[in-house]
Ligand binder design. Structure first.
Ligand code: ATP
Ligand code: MG
Length: 411
């Protein structure tokens, strides 16, 4: 349909038209105009809607522009809040990255809510602008500091040999570094735990930190790659700095394959960034003064993908394979995870372990929870052998579909 206005008929071109015919011509014209009018109205409405959309888009862009134009704020950690009688409250804050420590006065409002250890934003003149929390505190999320991890050796089932190896390589140097000095050898630099998902690698690292009574600092490789584009290398430096501050400590880099995969052919900027992060990690480990009070551990379930550079002597030169538990291991893990459970008569751990062939520790934990749920659904307060049987079947179904999913990811 054309949008042009229908031309007004020239009644003079046909001088011999009757009055009736003329009227008809005018009527036709009028009808056309009405249709046209309707169309225009609709179009106007559409335009108005578009205009509204553009407006909201513009608003969004404006806000973004404002955000980009406002001066950047620095991240700092509150070391101490000083409230001293009638003097205005102050805080000692330490800026991340350069570790500059300053004392700055803070508002009454901030004085109420700030605590030592909080992360805040500060401006150029170090005045506290806001308290970081939740998502904003992403750096803290990537780096978890745990002074007292909640996993102990008793919570780990079936990994006696692996545990011994880890204790020897990590706990011994932390506890009695002198022995190594006497014998004149360096303890292994880094310990790499590798094996299928859910087999207790993270648990092992935590437990060893707890039993050695040192601070546990965990950094997730995947988070690092996802969230810290452009600052991965710096975060690694921060990590080692933090460890020195908190020493004795264990640095645990979980999912290290995310930053230490074999060099890929493609040279996108993302890959290069990951490369830089890896180089920083390697040089941090190399340049690391081996006083023995900081140990580095890492975990992966993609051992095949790791770059040889990280496996070289002086780096992750102690490798511990953490495999799926055997039958005895599964039995132990069942016992561990049912410790707090009310069990009905006839629950036979031996049989459960047999049924759960191929399960990882995490699968077993899942099955135990599922069995508990079965009991709750049946309004019982004891978990019966039947509940376990159902739960194990259920987990088997789930893991089968998980396998499909992994295959999909792999290609
Ligand atoms: N050997 C085990 N003994 C007891 N519980 C276990 C064991 N292995 C795994 N689990 C259970 O599974 C959960 C996950 O284990 P964990 O996080 O240590 O696995 P992981 O090997 O680090 O896995 P991923 O490779 O996926 O990171 C634990 O919280 C624990 O409840
Ligand atoms: Mg893990």
């Amino acid at each position: 349909m054309s949008n042009s206005i229908p031309e007004k008929p020239d009644l003079n071109t046909h001088p011999n038209m009757s009055a009736e015919e003329r009227l008809q011509v005018l009527r036709d014209h009028y009808r056309k105009l009405t249709v046209q009018n309707e169309q225009m109205k609709r179009k106007l409405k559409q335009m108005e809607r578009d205009r509204k959309k553009m407006h909201s888009k513009m608003d969004k862009l404006k806000r973004r522009n404002d955000a980009l134009q406002s001066p950047p704020l620095y991240i700092a950690t509150v070391q101490e809040v000083i409230k001293d009688g009638d003097r205005s409250p102050a805080a000692i804050v330490k800026q991340h990255g350069n570790n500059q420590e300053v004392m700055t006065s803070i508002s009454q409002k901030h004085a109420g809510e700030l605590q030592a250890g909080d992360r805040v934003t500060v401006d150029d003149s170090y005045s506290v602008q806001s308290l970081l929390s939740g998502d904003a505190d992403a750096r803290a999320q990537a780096m978890q500091v745990d002074e007292n991890p909640d996993v102990s050796y008793e919570d780990i089932g079936g990994l006696a040999e692996e545990l011994n190896e880890v204790r020897e390589a990590v706990e011994r140097p932390l506890k009695s570094h002198a022995v190594f000095q006497k014998v004149g050898i360096d303890p292994p630099s880094g310990v790499l735990l590798h094996g299928p998902p859910g087999t207790g690698k993270t648990m092992l690292a935590k437990a060893v930190a707890r039993e050695a009574d040192v601070t546990f600092i965990r950094l997730a490789g995947s988070e690092l790659v996802r969230k810290f584009i452009g600052e991965g290398a710096r975060l690694v430096r921060d990590l080692f700095e933090l460890a020195e501050e908190k020493a004795p400590a264990i640095i645990f880099i979980d999912e290290i394959d995310a930053i230490a995969s074999k060099r890929t052919v493609s040279k996108t900027s993302g890959d290069q960034e990951v490369q830089r992060t890896l180089m920083q990690l390697l040089s941090s480990m190399d340049g690391f003064d081996d006083r023995g009070d900081i140990r580095v551990m890492a975990a992966t379930n993609r051992y095949d993908m790791l770059d040889d550079a990280i496996l070289r002597p002086g780096r992750f030169d102690r490798r511990v394979k953490v495999d799926l538990p055997d039958e005895e291991g599964r039995e132990q893990i069942f016992r561990i995870h049912t410790r707090e459970m009310e069990l009905g008569d006839g629950v036979d751990f031996d049989a459960l372990a047999d049924d759960a062939e191929g399960f990882s520790g995490a699968d077993i934990e899942h099955a135990v929870t599922e069995a508990g749920m079965c009991a709750i659904r049946a309004e019982r307060d004891r978990v019966t052998p039947d509940d376990f049987e159902k739960a194990i079947e259920r987990v088997k179904e789930d893991t089968d579909s998980d396998e499909d999913r992994n295959i999909r990811y792999a290609y």
